[in-house]
Design a protein around this ligand. Structure first.
Ligand code: B12
Length: 357
């Protein structure tokens, strides 16, 4: 059950939505979506907190023989139509670029052969688009040669496979083998669907690069995987050195910006925080991968509220640091440090459940 500020609203929207699906009323389902949008719920939240759990409920009702196959089909058709209508809300909000590339990354997404559950991977596709990826969404039951061909033609940076039915897991492995056989084995493959929700470590057993339980987590996983994949052996010693030599100026300028913007923390605390952040950035630039910043973001989002710092304040401080990096250190090094800071900011936002603007 949802909790928090939107909890009561979500619970009632979800109830009304399920009733609309069970009774097969697309109009009643539209009313729920309109109410949600009027209440400023984001399309992403409508997908994950209304559509997805309602689809699961429909599945349980069908399993218990309380809705028919026909009712389940109507319900799915309503969800898919509404996803099409909400697609406009998934315009790219930001453009994620992996560290070693100037262009946004490309992902090929589809269901393995004989897998007909396509709603989940379509959601995943919309989330990737919103995150600035180039997306090739192939839908249900994709033949192996078609998927492999698309991966090659688009020079994809990643492949995302959906397998809802346990019996389709061998098809995941088959696809991985086929990519290998044609020399595309270096491309990371992530996967999702019910077996991967029930067994979060399954991806490793199948020699994949990651998995995720929902569309938001799918993007986070993919970006982590891609950064790790491409970050191998790319230390940025000049950027690390710049952070070290300009640390004091950066800390002072970022602290001043925060105080001027009304941050309630005192100067010493802000300085200590910025010094910590700049040193983390320096260390990871030196190592050549931002990946360890994920752990730092996880630590900070759990720890900092106990020290009176909200996730919103953390993000606003990241934004101030971003600006002063651009003002104080040389341009090329600043961009590299800002890319790492972007990574830290995204990880922090995702872990705190805050959507970046
Ligand atoms: C709709 C539906 C169908 C439709 C699908 C139509 C369509 N256009 O997609 C149809 C009629 C085709 C269908 C068929 C079958 N279904 Co069905 N179906 C469902 C139902 C009710 C909803 C699926 C759905 O839309 N989920 C909502 C989406 C949003 O959730 P999701 O898929 O989990 O996706 C999220 C994550 O998993 C993740 N994710 C998904 N893909 C990916 C990919 C990547 C790369 C990543 C990182 C993440 C990721 O992110 C997604 C979005 O947040 C489910 C119930 C359920 N629990 O899911 C049953 C369900 C999955 N079906 C079931 C069954 C049994 C079948 C059939 C065997 C029935 C039959 N006798 O023929 C067939 C199998 C067909 C096949 N070979 O694929 C069972 C499976 C039971 C089990 N233990 O395995 C379920 C659970 C129903 C139940 N409770 O009994 N089904």
């Amino acid at each position: 059950m949802p909790t928090g500020t939107n909890g009561a609203l979500l619970t009632s929207l979800r109830q009304n939505y399920l009733e609309a699906l069970v009774s097969g009323s697309g109009r009643a389902a539209d009313t729920v979506v309109e109410t949600a949008l009027d209440a400023d719920l984001k399309a992403q939240q409508i997908y994950l907190d209304i559509f997805q759990p309602s689809a699961y409920d429909i599945g349980r009702l069908w399993q218990a023989n309380r809705v028919s196959v026909a009712q389940e089909h109507v319900a799915t058709a309503i969800i898919e139509r509404q996803m099409g209508e909400l697609y406009a809300y998934f315009k790219p909000r930001r453009s994620f670029k992996p560290r070693s590339s100037a262009k946004p990354p490309t992902i090929v997404l589809g269901c393995v052969p004989d897998e007909w559950h396509r709603v989940g991977v379509r959601m995943v596709s919309d989330f990737f688009e919103a995150a600035g990826w180039q997306v090739h969404y192939l839908g249900a039951n994709v033949p192996v040669p078609a998927l492999v061909g698309m991966v090659r033609e688009t020079s994809a940076d990643m492949v995302g496979l959906s397998a809802e039915m346990l019996f389709n897991l061998p098809r995941v492995s088959e696809l991985v083998r086929s990519l290998d056989e044609v020399g595309l084995g270096g491309i990371p493959v992530i996967a999702g669907g019910m077996p991967f929700i029930e067994q979060p470590e399954l991806w490793a057993a199948l020699s994949l690069h990651g998995s995720a339980g929902d569309a938001a987590a799918a993007v986070a996983t993919a970006e982590r995987v891609l950064n790790l994949h491409q970050a191998k052996a790319r230390p940025e010693p000049a950027a690390a050195a710049a952070l070290r030599s300009y640390r004091e100026e950066l800390v002072l300028a970022a602290t001043n910006r925060c105080l001027a913007a009304g941050d309630p923390a005192d100067r010493a605390l802000l300085q200590a925080g910025f010094s910590y952040a700049v040193r983390m950035l320096e260390a990871t630039l030196n190592a050549g991968t931002p990946a360890p910043l994920s752990g730092q973001a996880a630590w900070a989002t759990e720890r900092q509220p106990h020290d009176g710092v909200s996730p919103e304040q953390l993000l606003s401080r990241c934004a101030h640091l971003y600006v002063v990096l651009g003002e104080i250190i040389p341009a090329v090094e600043a961009q590299q440090a800002q890319a790492y800071l972007d990574y830290l900011t995204r990880e922090t936002a995702q872990r705190a459940g805050i959507e970046e603007e």
